[in-house]
Design a binder for this molecule. Structure first.
Ligand SMILES: Nc1ncnc2c1ncn2[C@@H]1O[C@H](COP(=O)(O)OP(=O)(O)O)[C@@H](O)[C@H]1O
Ligand SMILES: [Mg+2]
Length: 390
């Protein structure tokens, strides 16, 4: 797991960080506490998936009160408190604030390891709840010009607007990404390069100050403006970016380069669903087949992949059955070709829904978004509801 630690003692933080690393965890944020900085300010910056909080003797209850405010916002955040001595009143207050572990400060390293392990189990079980975890999806174009960026941007816009999900769009087409222009007047003041430079201190605040607010609930992190500024972003850096995004947003939409490299592999691995966008023309078919084979070699399961045939024209030569046979995957969605609407949307940097709210393309995007909604638990039928038919 990747907890943050707020600490008073450098020596303690170093020892715990070393032990956490030996156990396969990373203390992603190590924040030195300072009497002059209120703890609420520090808690606001949390990026990790758990928190280790060192308390100063005599200030435990103040810290716990601040924690209670914080866990009210970040529900389910696993917290470990390091405090001495552990009075009954303190334990009770900690319990009420949702703290899961209280260790005597400074903790014995073995006790710390065990407590961290227990927090890790907690995190996994809360992640296992599909209602709570942010979804991540990736769009990949089988061949340049398939329509992946157009569909990805409008999909993100729809999820943000119609489903009211707090959505971030990550333009990971680092060489020639231009997604920002599809839904806004672009360009943005900051982009993914800036974030990568400061990845070590990436948190919700830095992310929020780097994105472009395209529409309510819809933020976009653009690709570098100049192609020569493109740089190598490591898979580890991308993992951190997606993790921070997922902790802050409800939906992460990634637009990927077509090339399969360690970076795209990382993104594909983190995506819950991968939309492979193609057309029903022979060159697209060949590339789709090749990509699907690559994906399989990389261990990406077929159940994650959705084959999307864009600009689908009925013709006798290449129909859905033919595509499925050649590519070796079911076609999940077909999208009609509507030049007028799409050209107007792209040329003016306007989301499709504002150009034509009744566009049939939107119907398919809605279906795609609907598929990601967790199934609502069915209301249990009672004799009364059966009788009343409700
Ligand atoms: N359903 C569609 N109907 C008509 N034109 C489309 C459709 N989808 C995409 N296009 C056009 O295809 C072009 C390429 O789209 P883009 O999203 O940039 O492709 P990619 O990201 O796969 O390279 C755009 O200029 C857009 O006008
Ligand atoms: Mg593109």
């Amino acid at each position: 797991m990747k907890p943050s630690i707020l600490y008073w003692s450098d020596a303690l933080s170093a020892r715990l960080s070393e032990r956490a690393a030996a156990d396969g965890h990373t203390l992603v944020q190590q924040i030195l506490r300072d009497e002059a900085v209120p703890i609420d300010t520090l808690l606001d910056q949390l990026a990790g998936d758990a928190l280790i909080l060192e308390c100063k003797e005599g200030q435990e209850l103040e810290d716990i009160a601040a924690l209670e405010r914080c866990t009210a916002v970040q529900a389910g955040l696993p917290v470990m408190l390091l405090a001495a001595p552990r009075s009954e009143a303190l334990l009770l207050a900690a319990l009420q604030a949702g703290v899961r572990e209280v260790l005597l400060n400074p903790p014995e390293l073995d006790a710390f390891s065990h407590a961290l392990h227990r927090l890790g189990k907690l995190k996994k079980s809360s992640n296992a709840d599909p209602q709570k975890r942010a979804k991540a999806v990736a769009f990949v174009s089988c061949k340049g010009g398939s329509g992946a960026t157009f569909l990805a941007t409008n999909f993100a816009h729809l999820v943000a607007q119609a489903h009211k999900k707090n959505t971030i769009f990550l333009d990971l087409d680092l060489q020639c990404g231009d997604a920002v222009y599809y839904v806004s007047a672009g360009p943005n003041k900051s982009n993914i390069t800036e974030i990568t430079r400061q990845i070590e201190r990436l948190d919700n605040k830095l992310l929020a100050s780097s994105v472009l607010h395209v529409a309510p609930n819809f933020d976009l992190l653009s690709a570098p403006e100049e192609p020569e500024a493109s740089y190598a972003m490591s898979p580890g850096q991308l993992e951190r970016l997606v993790d921070v995004s997922a902790s802050h947003y409800d939906m992460v939409v990634m637009d990927l380069e077509r090339v399969v490299n360690p970076l795209t592999a990382q993104a594909l691995d983190m995506a819950d669903v991968v939309y492979l966008v193609m057309e029903n023309l022979l060159p697209f078919l060949r590339d789709a087949k090749r990509l699907v084979e690559k994906f399989r070699e990389m261990g990406i399961e077929d159940r994650k992949i959705r084959l999307v045939v864009n600009r689908y024209e009925r013709n006798d030569i290449i129909d859905v059955a033919q595509i499925e046979r050649v590519v070796g995957l079911k076609v999940s969605y077909t999208i009609p070709s509507i030049f007028q609407d799409v050209a107007q949307a792209i040329n003016t940097g306007t989301p499709l829904v504002q150009v034509n709210p009744r566009s049939p393309i939107l119907d398919v995007l809605k279906e795609m978004a609907g598929e990601l909604e967790p199934e609502k638990p069915r209301k249990s039928e009672t004799w009364l509801s059966r009788l009343l038919g409700v």
